[in-house]
Design a protein around this ligand. Sequence first.
Ligand code: SUG
Length: 450
Amino acid sequence: MTPSPPTLELKLDGLVGPTHNYAGLAPGNLAAAHNRHAISYPKAAALEGLAKMRLLLDLGIPQGFLPPHPRPNLGLLRRLGFTGSDAAVLRSALRQAPELLATACSAAAMWTANAATVCPSADSADHKVHFTPANLIASPHRAQESATTAQTLKRIFANPNHFVHHPPLPAAVGLGDEGAANHTRFCSDATQPDAPGVHLFVFGQPATPRQATRKFAPRQTETASRAVARLHRLDPDQVVFAQQHPDAIDAGVFHHDVIGVGHRNLLLVHEAAFANRETTLRQLRDRVPTLRIVEISHNELSLEDAVRTYLFNSQLVTTPVGDTVLIAHQACAEHPGVRQLLDRCIAQGHLDAVRFIDVQQSMRNGGGPACLRLRVELTTDQLAAVHPGYLLDAAKLDWLTRWVERRYPDQLTPDALASPDLLYSSQEAWAELDQHLSLDSSAAHRRLRA
Ligand code: SUG
C-alpha cells in the first residue's frame, strides 16, 4: 500500500467585523442573552481574534482566516420591506424593528466553527475534501451567513480535483445544521492523522421524538447530521451519531463544542454531554481503539461552570514537534477547579501545555476559542491549492492589526448600528482588505447587497 501523504490541520479563524455587537439574538446562548444591549468594542474584539491567530501561527500551525461578512446587510433589510436610500433603510429599521437592524448588522460569521462541516479526503469514498456550509436556520441573524460562506469557501478551495462543495442543506424545519461545532474527527493513531478517521456527529433534535428539552430549542437535527455524513461519502462504519443531553442544552450548551472537544485520539468531555452516554462512548472506543477519553464529572466541574468558563470550547492542537497543546480562554486560568483539571491532564500526559488567551469580546456573545475557528485537514498538495490570500503569516497579521486599528470603531451602542457612517466606513474597510490581500471577494459583496 502506498503511504498517504502527511496531513496538516489548517485553522480558518473568523475575522471579527466592524459591526460586532450584543443584541441577544442567539437562542439558548446564556452569555449572549446576559449581555444583550451592552456596549460592544469591535476594535478590541478583532484585535483579540488576531492575537489568537498569531499564537497559533507562532506554535507552527497553518493559520488562515475567513473575512467578515458585509454588514449591515442592506439587501436583507430591503427584502424585509425597508425602502429608500441606504440611510433611510437603516433609520426606519432602527425605528420600526431594531431586532431586524441588529440581525442585519450581526458579526456572528466570526464563529467559523459554525461556517461548515468539513471532512478530509482520507475519509471520503472519492478521496476529496468535502465542504457543506451550515444553513444555521435556528436564527435569522445566522441564517444569512450561509450564502456568503458558500461563496467564500468555493473561492478558497477552488480546485475541483481536491475539493467538493455541497450547497447548504435546504432551509426547512427539521434540517437545522450548525456545522463543525457539532462534528469531531478522531483518528486511531495520534501520530497518523492521515489514516482513516472516525466522525462523531452530535445533534440536539433526534429524528424520532425522544426526551425533549424544556427551555431551549435544540439547533442541530439528526436528519441534517446524517445527510452531511452521506453527502461527504463517509464509511458508515466510521461514523457515530449521538444525541446531546437535553439537560445540557437547557443549561446553555447550544452546540456540542461547549461541552466537549476532540482531536486525533483524545476526547475531553463533560459527563453531561450525551443523552446516551455509555453507548456513545462505547461506540467511539470500538471504532477508535487508542482513544483516550478524559471525562469530567459534575463533582469535578459543574455544568454551570463548564458553560461559564468554556473549558470544553478550548482548541486542541498538535504542534509540528508533536506536542498536544490546549488553547483555553482566560476564564479557565481564573477558575481554581479548572486549573486543577488542566494540571491533572498535563500530569497524566494527555496535554503537553496549556496556553491561555483573552477573547472576552467574543466570549460575551458565547463564542470561545474553538468557536472562532474552522478546522480543515489537508494534505500538503491540497494546502498548496488553497487561495493564498486567505492564508496568514506574521507580515499579514501585522497588516491586519494596523488595518483594524485604523478602520474599526472603538465602541458601538445598539443605536449606532443605524449610523450611515458605520456602513460607509465598513464598506471602505472591506474594499481595502479585499484589495490589499487579493481576496477577490468584492464582487461577492456587491451581489449580496443588490
Ligand atoms: O450562534 N452567538 C453565537 C455563538 C456561536 C458559538 N459557536 C460555537 N459554539 N461553535 C451563536 O449563539 C450572538 C449574537 C447576538 O446575539 O447578537 C451569537 O450569535
